[in-house]
Design a protein around this ligand. Structure first.
Ligand code: ARG
Length: 272
């Protein structure tokens, strides 16, 4: 009798063990797209030592790279960053801020890196280091469906003085200000506000990155994206100058995540 009880208890212990194990396993799922991601560690921290936090600055009004879904920041950048954090055995924390503040935050050290569909430019390279590029982008032009602007060239036509809307501090802002003068460029906090201004008639077009442009046009009737691109660019992660340890670690992670198809799969999930 004692033997049977002992056997039953042992069996119960094993079953509980399986139940606990399965529960943990299920918990690991769909972590890739959450705002704060606990990464499964390759270099697991000691038992009761919390995994180190990797802080990313972004501007989460830039679908499909970073945007809010059910109160969480999701998107291509959010998922690639989560995969990088996982490689480094760290927990990703995303801090949403004005696009214009990202480089400052990186340099002040309030965040570890910036990832925001950010284009590598000569000027930015003077302020921060950039990782290897993980995606391409291009600047395009959004107009109202019945707009007299039909190609990028129309903006440069003799005597044309179209009003351009852009997101503050973006390459769209920088290029448009250079080409058309600050007096013809109005800056907004994000692409959505620029598009509302276009619909309201305060600007004649919006210059913004291609994929966010498509998302904005899909969400707002009466708009279209012109076929001719305004500029081609590479997106990369920005890191404080001199932080070669983090730069190397991120570049290594990008290399591995490119080689095993993770980055392509994440991009394909958001860009059909
Ligand atoms: N690619 C452009 C730039 O680097 C725009 C990026 C805007 N990103 C954002 N998350 N709002 O200037």
């Amino acid at each position: 009798m004692k033997k049977i009880i002992a056997m039953m208890m042992a069996l119960m212990l094993v079953l509980t063990g399986i139940a606990v194990f399965t529960a943990c396993d299920g918990g690991e799922e769909n972590k890739g797209s959450t705002e704060t991601t606990t990464a499964a560690a390759t270099t697991e921290p000691a038992e009761n030592e919390a995994p180190k936090v990797l802080k990313m600055a972004t501007n989460a009004y830039f679908q499909p790279y970073e945007f809010y879904k059910d109160g969480k920041i999701v998107g291509i950048d959010a998922e690639i960053a989560a995969a990088i954090a996982e490689k480094l055995g760290m927990t990703l924390e995303i801090v949403d801020m004005e696009f214009d503040s990202i480089i400052t935050a990186v340099n002040e050290g309030s965040v570890d890196f910036g990832m925001a569909g950010m284009t590598v430019t000569e000027d930015r390279l003077k302020e921060v280091d950039f990782s290897t590029s993980y995606a391409n982008g291009k600047q395009v032009i959004i107009v109202k469906e019945d707009s007299p602007i039909t190609t990028a060239d129309d903006l440069f036509a003799e005597g044309a003085a179209y009003k351009v809307g852009v997101q503050l501090g973006t390459t769209g802002d920088i290029y448009a200000t250079g080409d058309f003068g600050a007096e013809n460029v109005t800056t907004y906090s994000n692409g959505n506000e620029a598009v509302l201004a276009l619909l309201g008639g305060s600007v004649d077009c919006v210059i913004i990155d291609n994929e966010p442009a498509k998302a904005l046009v899909a969400a707002n009737a009466g708009l279209k994206v012109l076929d001719t691109a305004y500029a081609n660019e590479d997106y990369a992660i920005c890191i404080k100058k001199g932080n070669t340890e983090l730069l190397d670690a991120i570049n290594n992670a990008i290399k591995e995540l490119t080689a095993d198809g993770t980055i392509d799969a994440i991009i394909a999930k958001y860009i059909k």
